[in-house]
Structures are given as structure tokens and as C-alpha cells.
Design a protein. Structure first.
Length: 329
């Protein structure tokens, strides 16, 4: 019996590193997704029932609070369960990190701009300046300025959360887990691929055109994943993701991944098939987004040609920099 228990322990626990095996750490992250969905829906309903508040405003407030707490929770899991330094997730902030973030922000905004421009030229998008503040959505009832500020704050938390989970936690752990079974390059690129697949699969059920959404979000994930793989920093991916989210949401007023913040600086009307304009999911899940993705890939080539980006694999990704075990005894 002792031998069997010892075998089970070795299967679940890494004695050398003093932490759970990678599959169990990834499973814990997946379970936490379900928890946050249930908490947001339950607390939003409670606000509506107890205070009689508009569901949109109440839920928007709750989502911001819960998303903030969940980001802190993910960071805590990274320290306590994964036992990694924050820099191991690409969060070692220095001058190069900040430069990557700003350049990524510009690229993401440019991708969104190209997508919208393609829609305007084709006649499937038009500007409706009268729809700056709607009666439904996360921040319904707020003024355009207040709603836009709330939307920006929420989306920054949202983007940080998803990048930390998929390009930080998932990509890094998959690369580490495969490091002994393949080459360093193969392990990291496998992490990029797995994180891209999971990112697309998680979002596809929310879309009216799941096939298109799977394709566009998978390609988007490859773009930002390759940035992380090449630099070892999460900054570029955060910048690209944030630039895209802020333009399609608070600026242009279209849904972002099925989230309608209800306020925007400009408001775009979409007219066309769901697969082309994204339906309730937004431009992320539209064929128009392919134009932005091509622009993003072109920007990476320019960055490589004239900047510091190199299409090599950052060696630190598959090699964990773990916290001192004595701190957890």
C-alpha cells in the first residue's frame, strides 16, 4: 500500500520542485474560470434583486470588482501554486518591457483601425454618432464619458487577465512540461500553439459564427504568442491585445468578445452577414478581422526588420525560475 501511495504522490507531486505537476496546475486554472463566471452572474443577480438596480450597471460594477480580484487571485496562484517569480510570466518590467508594451499598443490599435477601415470601405460599417450611450450593456445609464472611462478600465483588467492566463500561465507551463521531451524551440512553439487553441476554444461558444471566431482568435493568439515566444516578455502581447480591445470597444462602440459596454466615443453600425461583421460577439469574430490580422503580421515583420524583434525562442521560457522553497515551509 505504501508503494502505491508513493506512486500516486509521485504522479501528482514533483518532490524536486516542491509543487504540483503541470497538468494539475493547468486544471486548477480551468476550474477557476468556471468560478468567476458563476460569481459574476450570481452577484449581478443579487444586486438587481436587493437594490433594484439596472442589471447592466450593477453587473458592470460587479464585473470590474470581480475581474480585479481575479487578476490578484491569478497572481497569487502563480506564487503559491506555480511557485514562480512574476518575471517568469513575462512581467519583469524594465525599459525594454515598457517599449514593447507601447509598440504593441500601437500595433493593436492599427489592427483594429485597418479592420474598421475595411468595413467602412466595403459599406458594412458606418458611423452613427447618435448612439454614444445605449440603454443596455455593462455600463448602461452612465454618461458617454463616464461609461467610456469605466469601459477602458474594465477592458485593461480583462486583457491583463487573459494574457496572464493564456500567454503567461498556459504557454509557460506547457513549454516547461515539454522541455525534456523535445527541443527548446519545439517546447515553446508547442506552448504557443496550445495556448492559441485553448484561447479560441474558450471564446467560440459565445459567437454566432463559431467557425469564423475559432479561426480569427486562433490567428490572433498566434500573433501575440509569437511575440511572447520571441521576447520572453508579456508586454508586446498585452499592448497588442489592449490596443485592439480599446479601439473596437470604448472608441468604436462595437461589442468586444460578446461584451457590450454600451458607451463609446464613436458608434459604428454594422450591416451584413454575421460571419462578416461578427454579430453579437463583435469584430473579433468576423471575417473583417482578417484584414487587421494581416496588418498585424506585417507590423511584426517590420519590427523584426527595423527593430529589436528576433524570430528566435526566448531561452528562459521553458526553464522555470522558482521561488526559494524555504519561503513556503
Amino acid at each position: 500500500m505504501r508503494i502505491i501511495l508513493g506512486g500516486i504522490r509521485q504522479l501528482l507531486w514533483n518532490d524536486d520542485q516542491g509543487r504540483l505537476r503541470a497538468p494539475l496546475r493547468l486544471a486548477a486554472m480551468a476550474a477557476s474560470f468556471l468560478v468567476v463566471v458563476l460569481v459574476v452572474d450570481a452577484v449581478g443577480s443579487l444586486f438587481e434583486t436587493v437594490f433594484g438596480a439596472d442589471r447592466g450597471t450593477a453587473e458592470g460594477t460587479v464585473v470590474i470588482a470581480v475581474m480585479g480580484m481575479y487578476v490578484l487571485g491569478i497572481l497569487a496562484i502563480g506564487r503559491a501554486v506555480d511557485r514562480r517569480h512574476f518575471s517568469d510570466y513575462g512581467l519583469g518590467i524594465d525599459s525594454r518591457w515598457r517599449a514593447d508594451a507601447l509598440l504593441g499598443l500601437s500595433i493593436g490599435a492599427g489592427m483594429a483601425g485597418v479592420t474598421v477601415l475595411a468595413g467602412l470601405i466595403s459599406g458594412h460599417l458606418s458611423v452613427d454618432a447618435s448612439a454614444l450611450s445605449a440603454e443596455t450593456g455593462l455600463f448602461a445609464g452612465l454618461s458617454p464619458i463616464a461609461g467610456t472611462v469605466a469601459g477602458v478600465f474594465f477592458l485593461l483588467l480583462f486583457v491583463f487577465f487573459y494574457e496572464l492566463v493564456f500567454r503567461g500561465f498556459v504557454l509557460v507551463n506547457v513549454a516547461e512540461g515539454l522541455a525534456g521531451a523535445t527541443t527548446e524551440r519545439g517546447a515553446v512553439l508547442s506552448g504557443v500553439l496550445v495556448s492559441a487553441v485553448l484561447f479560441a476554444v474558450v471564446h467560440a461558444p459565445l459567437s454566432d459564427a463559431a467557425g469564423v471566431t475559432l479561426t480569427t482568435l486562433f490567428l490572433f493568439s498566434l500573433v501575440v504568442g509569437c511575440l511572447v515566444a520571441a521576447t520572453g516578455r508579456l508586454a508586446g502581447a498585452l499592448g497588442v491585445h489592449a490596443g485592439w480591445a480599446l479601439l473596437v470597444g470604448p472608441v468604436f462602440g462595437t461589442p468586444f468578445r460578446g461584451i457590450d459596454s454600451s458607451t463609446a466615443l464613436l458608434a459604428l453600425e454594422r450591416d451584413g452577414p454575421t460571419a462578416l461583421v461578427g454579430g453579437t460577439f463583435g469584430l473579433d469574430g468576423s471575417l473583417l478581422a482578417l484584414c487587421g490580422l494581416v496588418a498585424g503580421a506585417f507590423c511584426l515583420l517590420v519590427w523584426r526588420q527595423y527593430g529589436s524583434l528576433e524570430f528566435t525562442v526566448a531561452s528562459q521560457i521553458p526553464t522555470p525560475d522558482l521561488l526559494d522553497r524555504s519561503r513556503w515551509r
